[in-house]
Design a protein. Structure first.
Length: 109
């Protein structure tokens, strides 16, 4: 009588089903390719004046929503204003520092 074959150890069996990435970095490259670059908006005089009025209303501790240009796209952030630096022209919402020149919208809560 013939002895049945020894079953494959679990460790080796699991390796059979592991994903194989022949082209490492392909997924990241495709994701980067899918990213759409958005051109920067040029504010009209009226929009710039309205934005300036809202910027002057900002105070430390207020809740605000800000839309700003960052790394070729527009980002919307809502949070507490933690710092306004008129000299460096930086607005800080919680831990995010935003240059005044990158801001296109401000909404006070």
């Amino acid at each position: 009588m013939k002895k049945p074959p020894c079953p494959m150890p679990i460790e080796k069996r699991a390796k059979q089903f592991m994903p194989f990435a022949a082209l490492t970095g392909l997924t990241e490259a495709l994701e980067a390719k899918e990213h759409v670059t958005v051109p920067r908006i040029l504010l009209s005089d009226e929009m710039a004046e309205a934005l300036d009025r809202k910027m002057h209303l900002l105070q430390k501790g207020l809740l605000a929503t800000v839309v700003y240009y960052h790394e070729r796209e527009y980002v919307k952030i809502t949070g507490v204003v933690s710092r306004i630096d008129q000299t460096s022209r930086i607005l800080q919402i919680v831990q995010t520092k935003i240059l005044f020149d990158d801001i296109v919208e401000v909404h006070l809560a």
